[in-house]
Design a protein around this ligand. Structure first.
Ligand code: CAA
Length: 285
């Protein structure tokens, strides 16, 4: 029953984690936000205050509603505070060693019935689950950026996920106002498997001189009806995340079309990561 999820932990309060925390708090759940250190915790709190503040300014929330949402979120640097959480969702950087270490700790700290979810966009949920003593209670819950706006959640089940858990998590996603789709544990799941090759190809076309950045963006917005052009979207997702997803797709499929475009690699190497670093494709020409 999705109703059994009342207290959730969110580990990692970057753009995605803070957005996910906001989604849970808006749906009335108690949220415990965890970050590695006080400075990161304050940045996470700032994301939540900023996002709900913008909604207030647009007249989408009242002062009282905003205060209620923020009041449902507590902040801590201690994983031990997740001992009573019904579900914990991880949204830390896409590095398998970090995820495996975190899930080992979560498995130790969290009550045996707790569900441990990952928001990974590219790594193997099965490999993450295998680091725990409860692989049946580990699942992927993949949100999209910006999490408060995008309506989809990919529920990723593995060969070890308990029967019925994907359904419970899908019900929870509906309770959050999202539409769930249940997918298997293969690189990129559904959305990134289809989206990233397109975005990567746009970067290849730019490099080949087919058209300029703004013309490619305008072409796909106005000619294909996408809300953003590919370079604006790459900057939103983050060039490091986009590059990593392409690498994972390439490794799993060996399909040369998934090999990251050299310009993507170059920008990441230079630390130009899109919105999160303030510079990306929209500053690269
Ligand atoms: N946080 C919270 N709310 C936000 C937001 C954010 N970061 N950005 C926009 N919004 C809200 C706005 O407040 C506004 O809400 P209201 O209508 O209630 O006032 C609404 O979204 C629309 O925003 P704007 O009018 O400012 O701008 P827009 O109409 O151009 O929409 C957009 C912005 C929602 C980002 C839209 O351009 C869009 O849908 N872009 C595509 C995004 C996309 O494809 N995301 C998926 C990326 S893939 C991924 O995330 C998976 C992965 O693993 C990498």
């Amino acid at each position: 029953m999705a109703g059994t999820f009342e207290t959730v932990g969110v580990v990692g309060l970057g753009t995605m984690g803070a957005g996910i925390a906001e989604v849970f708090a808006r749906a009335g759940l108690a949220v415990i936000g965890v970050e590695a250190d006080p400075a990161a915790l304050e940045r996470g709190r700032g994301h939540l205050e900023g996002s709900t503040g913008r909604a207030l300014a647009r007249g989408r929330l009242t002062e009282a509603e905003r205060a209620e949402i923020l009041g449902r979120v507590s902040f801590t640097t201690s994983l031990e505070d997740l001992a009573d959480a019904d579900l914990v969702i991880e949204a830390i950087p896409e590095v398998m060693d970090y995820k495996r270490a975190l899930f080992t700790d979560l498995d130790r700290v969290c009550k045996p019935s707790a569900v441990l979810a990952t928001n990974t966009s590219s790594l193997s949920v099965t490999a993450i689950a295998a680091t725990t003593t409860r692989p049946g209670r580990v699942i992927g819950m993949h949100f999209f950026n910006p999490a408060p706006v995008m309506k989809l959640v990919e529920v990723v089940r593995t060969v070890t996920t308990d029967d019925g858990l994907a359904g419970e998590v899908a019900d929870l996603a509906r309770r959050l106002g999202k539409t769930p789709v249940t997918v298997g544990d293969r690189a990129g799941f559904v959305v990134n498997r289809l989206l990233l090759p397109y975005l990567n190809h746009a970067a290849v076309l730019l490099e080949n001189g087919l058209a300029g950045r703004d013309d490619i963006d305008a072409a796909m917005k106005l000619g294909a009806g996408f809300p953003m052009g590919p370079f604006a979207l790459l900057d939103l997702i983050g060039l490091d995340t986009s590059h990593e997803i392409c690498e994972v797709l390439f490794r799993e499929t060996r399909d040369p079309r998934h090999a990251p475009a050299p310009i993507l690699r170059e920008l990441v190497t230079a630390g130009l990561l899109g919105r999160k670093s303030g510079q990306g494709f929209h500053c690269a020409e």
